[in-house]
Design a protein around this ligand. Structure first.
Ligand code: 2PG
Ligand code: MG
Length: 421
């Protein structure tokens, strides 16, 4: 049981220089939690709505002062001074207060700020690290996740010609978090050398991955394999690859444009099969557009036995959508982003839905981030063994990786590192 004394919210900047919401919750027992919410660029159609002011004379309409007011006025009025049994009861109350199916009235950015701030305050009040508090809510064995480091950016996250959005390396063969972080940083440094050498530029995209002037996925994957080897690691044995093509972004009409020509759904799936046989790829996220459900089913049937097929825009961290997609065999894993659904409790329900379906799950950042590290603790507590939170460079990305190093260093010897399945 807990009672909320006070909620405060204020506008800050995210890593793209756009406004986002920060909030503080103070509990009657003295617990205090502060959090900052992230913001996506390649968003799924069914994501919870991020409330923006829309005043073109301030931040180009992107201000979030109304969402901050929703925290301090609407939500505070409804919940301050009230006693709740647990975080789930608070989250239900604020979702009901919003009253819309997609959190459009108060804003998912307002709701998530309150939900995360209260979760942090509850951990603080209990004298626990956040991952321990979340672990007790989730009830599965905690584990340090394999970081999926973003190395090359394209699509909506970069200004190059590459249409696939994310190319990641995952140190699945390293023995610990510390060694995984070293591996990621060393590959990043090797890749920087290659990119500067060949393209005379070290420009990066929104998530800190390099954005060289290339157009095809094969060019990006060749660079990654080269960088892995130059850094002294073995592709596949030490380090595997993961893709987020974010195919919503290169579908027009019913034709996909992966960067070199036009493909229909079956041709794109053939292309993925070629990539999988030529490179050590373990995971493909949003390989098809969210509208192409038939394509999702075909891709999962074709490669799902040995490759992780992850739904992001398709599922938007929504437990109902995950259950429906599992019934239709559209994927075999879910990407989990708290701000796609809008509360911590619903995020945990999405994780439970994935678990019940026998699916994998990967916790994820957004392309617009802050130095907040909530998702690092969530990834440990969720026990899913996978987190993607950008390059091993740039403050808002390394904040999460550094938090994982802190958890590994300070939580005794109990936490295993690695994939969960
Ligand atoms: C994605 C995310 C994070 P965005 O597509 O998986 O990498 O991007 O936050 O822009 O939706
Ligand atoms: Mg994605």
């Amino acid at each position: 049981m807990f009672t909320i004394d006070q909620l405060a919210a204020w506008q800050i900047l995210d890593s793209r220089g756009r406004p986002t919401v920060a909030a503080r919750a103070t509990l009657h027992g003295g617990g205090v939690g502060i959090t900052q919410v992230p913001s996506g660029a390649s968003t799924g159609e069914h994501e919870a709505v991020e409330r923006r002011d829309g005043d073109p004379s301030r931040y180009g309409g992107l201000g979030v002062t109304a969402a901050c007011r929703a925290v301090e006025i609407d939500i505070a009025k409804a919940v301050a001074g009230r006693t709740f049994a647990d975080l789930a009861e608070l989250d239900r109350a604020i979702v009901e207060l919003d009253g819309t199916p997609n959190k459009a009235r108060l804003g998912a950015n307002a709701l998530l700020a309150v939900s995360q701030a209260v979760a942090c305050a509850l951990a603080d009040q209990a004298g626990q690290p956040l991952h321990q508090y979340l672990s007790a809510q989730i009830g599965v064995p905690a584990r340090l996740p394999v970081p999926h480091f973003n190395m090359i950016n394209g699509g909506a996250h970069a200004a190059n010609r590459l249409n696939f959005q994310e190319f990641m390396v995952a140190p699945t063969g390293t023995p610990s978090m510390a060694e995984a972080i070293r591996c990621g940083a060393e590959i990043y440094a090797a890749l920087r050398g290659l990119v500067v050498d060949r393209f005379k530029s070290a420009g990066v995209g929104d998530e800190g991955g390099f954005a060289p002037d290339i157009a095809t996925p094969e060019q990006a994957l060749d660079l990654l394999v080269d960088a892995i080897q130059r850094a002294g690691y073995q592709p596949r044995a030490d380090v595997e690859l993961a893709l987020d093509p974010a195919a919503n972004g290169f579908l027009s009409g019913d034709a996909y444009h992966p960067g070199d020509g036009t493909l229909d759904t079956s041709e794109l799936i053939d292309r993925y099969e070629q990539l999988i046989s030529a490179y050590p790829i373990r995971s493909i996220e949003d390989g098809l557009a969210e509208s192409d459900r038939r394509g999702w089913r075909m891709l999962t049937a074709a490669v799902g036995e040995w490759v992780q097929v992850v739904g992001d825009d398709l599922l938007v961290t929504d437990p109902e959508r995950i259950r429906a997609a599992a019934r239709d065999q559209l994927a075999n894993a879910a990407l989990i982003k708290p701000n796609q659904i809008g509360t911590v409790t619903e995020t945990l329900a999405a994780l439970a839905a994935a678990r019940e379906a026998g699916w994998g799950a990967m916790i994820s950042h957004r392309s617009g981030e802050t130095s907040d590290t909530f998702i690092a603790d969530l990834a440990v507590a969720a026990g899913v063994g996978q987190l993607k939170t950008g390059a091993p460079a740039r403050g808002e990305r390394v904040a999460k990786y550094n938090r994982l190093l802190e958890i590994e260093a300070t939580s005794g010897n109990g936490l295993p590192y690695g994939l969960a399945y």
